[in-house]
Design a binder for this molecule. Sequence first.
Ligand code: NDP
Length: 403
Amino acid sequence: MSTVLVIGAGGVSSVCVHKMAMNKHIFTDIHLASRTRSKCDAIAASVKQRTGVDVATYEIDAEEVPAMVNLIRKVKPSLVVNLALPYQDLPIMDACLEAGVDYLDTANYEPKDEAKFEYKWQWAYHDRFKEAGLMALLGSGFDPGVTSVFTMWLKKHRLKSIRQLDILDCNGGDHGQAFATNFNPEINIREVTAPARHWENGEWVETPAMTTRTQFDFEAVGTKAAYMMYHEELESITKFNPEIERARFWMTFGDEYIKHLTVLQNVGMTRIDPVKYQGKEIIPLQFLAAVLPKPETLGETTKGNTNIGVIATGEAIDGSGEKTFYINNICSHEAAYEETGNQAVSYTTGVPAMIGAAMMVSGQWRGEGVFNMEEMDPDPFMEMLNAHGLPWQVKELSGPVDF
Ligand code: NDP
């Protein structure tokens, strides 16, 4: 029995709200607020048609803390689920503290004028949440989110300690467009154009963006080129597993994507500093995001699978020496669209957001302060992944990765 308030009405929110409605016994009262109310209404209409459940909608600018506090006081949720953009994390956390309610998100805070992916700003809220007796759960999407839970499940059930870890994120979907991003274009392009960073022997090693490349044969997709890049869960995974010697993150990109991105970068369209245009200041990347296809419109045409997982090598729990395990999920774009009207990138983020919310409102995951996924018991979350559309598999590999 719980009332939840979801903020943001993009693809991830759409999946999460559909899934909450399909679990009405957990989420008895669902409220949805975003900057553009018509997008909330469209999600509510789809949810009503698919599940028969009513969702209340509101317009809100989540960066306006007093307005957020008023909305929270009106709705009286036990949890605020932040599925807007990373820029809104801190104002929404401020509003939760003031109104006395728990908080969950799927992406760490980023300042608008700097592509910096760090937990430091949100970790700094720990004492305030703790003193207020509230819980904030950070990064309950797929990556970060499920990848962190996969890692901790391996640490609980297969490996005593982890020596090296590789996260492999493959989107084998084809949307039929020359260039489009599968989630918010501004956030996506900031992420992939940032320098790559990986953890090695106790320090971060930085390399230029998209320069370290490997090939990997992904089940249900095929062999794809994957590029090393920085991803935020590397920070929390290495913090909570300090024995890790090397941790890396890889994402697949097609040649067409790389070609378009390179040109856009070369001509300055991915810049995030303001430029003067016809007497007005504009941010080139925001303008680019406005002309690119909207991710939520790609669902109908996207075909194929995603395959995201973790390969970890370390000392086996049973004392049998060093072992390597691969744990992953394969998700079909077509099946995700059929069930929720959204493609698999939104689905693989929205389902874990719903599961993280279920963990919190049911009290299975509890704490006072600000927490990452790695600090919670992976088992009940892993069970819900299997039951709610993101089944996972684990297998032993013959040895550590050779790339
Ligand atoms: P979208 O851009 O599709 O949706 C974002 C939504 O937030 C839009 O409805 C937007 O409103 C709303 N919004 C933006 N600013 C404000 C504001 N000031 N106040 C209220 N609402 C606002 O993004 P996605 O659904 O693709 O992604 C949502 C989140 O999920 C992002 O933070 C993204 O980084 C994260 N993510 C996490 C992943 C993971 O695996 N952990 C993977 C993919 C995404 P409007 O419609 O008016 O623009």
